[in-house]
Ligand binder design. Structure first.
Ligand code: FAD
Length: 463
């Protein structure tokens, strides 16, 4: 019998088009393992919503593996040490893993290589992105920093490679290593159990991801127009499935490739944003933590050290109590479902950094905790793009007007769904209700004109 192969699972929780699984299943009996390594990512350890998704996704994958008479071994602790010990325990010849680009995973891959003895090697595979980061470059051979030329270069070399099938057979080892019950990890909240909105809104796992993609194949033609309308369900909602690797971008690409509409073309560029974000964190590992523009940020953000009381304002934003219905609907959707529509993410993020002049990192951390698709690359890149502090070209002075945006993109039904206090208001006043119609709903924290002037003033001082 050939020697045991370990598959180290991280954000690649699928069986089909999973090159690490594919290679392991061809080489010998497979021990799939997930290591919960809480300390490694520091301030980017999984947030509450991510832990809920992780629980359900592991549960779902374990059931799929059960159909192959296989299972997932769960371990907790420092991933390289745990994996090296497991390799010794089972006599593994190889640890197969998908490559990840978060700095802590790149470090872990290096540490694991050092920790393994001569009898076991580490094999890394690509496939969580359309192309491995760093593989499209400028004429001078350096990686792209700006999205638009990156996107053009990516489109020139598409399609991605063909997806791989699910392995027909996954052989089990002679004996299975010990593993705790998934429940013992307590990834789900208990007292109180706040995850009901998330479990109502989502189906988890690889099968659910493909069901969603099947649905999306019939809708994508309308994406070009529809993606900006929060009241309508015209985005794929594949983001958590892609983030957790329940489906690969190549599978998405090939499923939709015959839908040659404007909608598909726009959608393809959004998938490319996801690749772009990984390219950025591959080049700038601290991107979700550090600004990359030459501003004096002490003058840009309201600062508690300078006596500004931002805590209360931050809490109003987090709780969806800013008095701007579109912002509050978004923040409440986030809290309830672990997801927010992209157009509203932009409006709510812009409101925090420009209307409230609160450092983008506070928003990035809140999203990190609340989003089921919280992604080190996508989150950091989008927050820096909105606040104009990153390497891409958006500027701080482009200040979104939340009330105009709300009306322009017909957000009335969306507001009614999430801001229940305004549920009876008509379309013509729900975007900016007059005081007498607000009832228990708060008045605006700051007027748009005043906020805009304050932001521009701060920008001038910071430059
Ligand atoms: P669709 O519109 O159907 O797009 C398809 C896929 O393309 C998405 O699933 C996603 O994987 C990718 N995509 C779309 N837009 C973007 C984008 N702007 N940047 C990167 N990838 C994109 N997305 C995340 O996946 N994780 C995050 O943590 C995250 N944080 C964000 C924070 C802010 C402040 C903003 C403005 C955007 C953020 N996004 C993030 C991007 C975007 O909002 C979501 O990917 C999108 O709303 C997910 O919904 P969907 O799957 O229906 O997207």
């Amino acid at each position: 019998m050939s020697s045991v192969q370990i598959v180290w699972l991280r954000r690649d929780l699928r069986l089909a088009d999973q090159p690490a699984f594919h290679a392991a299943a061809q080489a010998g009996p497979v021990v799939p393992v997930y290591v919960l390594d809480d300390d490694r990512a520091g301030d980017h350890a999984y947030g509450g919503a991510s832990r809920v998704w992780l629980h359900h996704s592991l549960d779902s994958l374990a059931r799929s593996l059960g159909a192959h008479r296989s299972r997932i071994v769960l371990r907790r602790g420092d991933a390289p040490q745990v994996l090296a010990a497991l390799a010794d325990e089972v006599g593994a010849a190889c640890i197969h893993a998908m490559r990840h680009y978060e700095p802590w995973w790149k470090e872990a891959e290096d540490e694991l290589r050092d920790a393994l003895g001569d009898d076991c090697k580490l094999c890394l595979y690509d496939g969580n992105y359309l192309l491995p980061p760093g593989s499209v470059t400028t004429g001078s051979g350096s990686p792209y920093k700006i999205y638009t030329p990156f996107s053009k270069a990516m489109l020139d070399v598409m399609p991605p490679r063909d997806p791989l099938p699910e392995p027909d057979t996954i052989h089990s080892p002679d004996s299975w290593p010990d593993s705790p019950d998934l429940q013992d990890w307590q990834l789900l909240p208990a007292k109180p159990d706040w995850a009901g909105g998330i479990t109502d809104f989502w189906d988890f796992g690889e099968t659910a991801a493909h069901d969603r993609l099947d649905w999306w194949a019939n809708e994508v033609a309308d994406y070009d127009e529809g993606r900006n309308l929060p009241s309508q369900d015209i985005t794929s909602r594949l983001s958590p499935h892609l983030h957790w690797g329940e489906i690969s971008p190549a599978q998405v690409w090939y499923k939709l490739k015959d839908k040659r509409s404007d909608g598909w073309r726009t959608f393809a560029k959004e998938l490319i944003w996801r690749d772009y974000a990984q390219n950025v964190i591959d080049q700038f590992p601290d991107y979700p933590r550090e600004s990359y523009r030459d501003y004096d940020e002490r003058k840009l953000w309201r600062n508690p050290d300078a006596g500004h009381l931002i805590d209360e304002d931050l809490e109003c934003w987090q709780k969806g109590m800013t008095g701007y219905p579109i912002v509050d609907a978004g923040m409440r959707q986030l809290w309830q479902t672990g997801w927010m529509h992209n157009r509203v993410r932009m409006i709510a993020a812009s409101f925090l950094v420009k209307h409230l002049l609160i450092d983008w990192r506070c928003g990035e951390q809140w999203f990190w905790d609340c989003l089921v698709d919280a992604d080190y690359g996508n989150n950091g890149v989008n927050w820096q793009w909105i606040s104009g502090t990153g390497v891409d070209s958006n500027m701080f002075v482009r200040i979104m007007a939340p009330l105009t945006q709300s009306e322009k993109f017909n957000s009335a039904d969306y507001i009614r769904e999430y801001v229940l206090e305004l549920g009876d208001l008509s379309d013509d006043c729900i975007h900016d209700p007059p005081d007498e119609k607000r009832g228990d709903y708060p008045s605006k924290m700051i007027g748009h004109k005043e906020a805009r002037e304050r932001a521009l003033e701060a920008y001038r001082a910071a430059k």
